[in-house]
Design a protein around this ligand. Sequence first.
Ligand code: NAP
Length: 275
Amino acid sequence: MITAASYLEKLFSLEGKVVLFTGAAGGIGSALCKALAQAGASVALCDINLSSLQALQGEIVQADGGASVHLLDVTDKENISACVEEIVRMYGHIDVLVNCAGINKRIGLADYDEQTYDRIMDINLKGTFFVTQAVARQMKEQFLRTGKGGSIINIGSHNTGWVLGGCSVYAATKSGVYALTKSESVEWAKYGIRSNCISPGHIQTPLTTVTWEHPTRSKYLLEHIAMNRPGYPEDIVGVCILLASDASAYITGCEYRVDGGCISGGQPWEYDTDF
Ligand code: NAP
């Protein structure tokens, strides 16, 4: 008899899949890496923070998951090539790429200096581009050899569709990440490579502590979230497992918003109702 549990396990299991995950040590990254490992994947944890990566690996291994640690600065092309080679040497294949490394600096459009502009662009957009290029070459080779390509998951942002003041460069990079997602889906479908974008809303992590602890900005955020609470990294797990698994075999080029109802309109204004 097929039970619901065995049916769902077959549909969504990541058993045997290898995930290269950038920004693994961050708030969203560490929650997603733990979940992917729990769902059966071997996760290559990539980030610039060695001690945080090691701590995360320890937690995953303790929960009987598989994970390895790889120092990766996504702005360094040589480092990217060496890291991808190291992971392929270690596991033999890469089935899923999650581009999660990202930074923000919240200042007015007119106030950015070139150095800050370049740093945000280099990590969020250029870094994502060249990590993806290196991994896609490997996925294409796998497809030609075995018929199996891979899944790319780009972490976009609320700011791809609805921008907050003071996030101009960040919004430009994340809109670019969504544009790359569509190009990847169009150009690489023939190699069995799918690409999708997860755009989180306002998630409580180290990146956003500064806004959630701010008296007026946190009030503004809550008013713009229909569900009237911050998102948590764990809220993104479901869609990430869907996109990493074969359950999403025919899904590519899409943006998934996980935002508690921000884009839909946030908190409603006063209106007449008997409900
Ligand atoms: P986070 O906690 O700051 O995580 C980002 C991780 O990326 C950190 O470990 C960071 O290291 C790392 N990183 C920075 N520069 C890197 C580089 N050059 N190479 C490799 N790794 C690097 O932020 P988060 O909130 O989890 O965000 C994760 C992703 O989700 C980001 O792409 C962000 O834009 C996106 N996002 C977040 C939210 C939200 O509300 N939190 C909403 C929408 C989208 P350091 O800590 O040393 O910088």
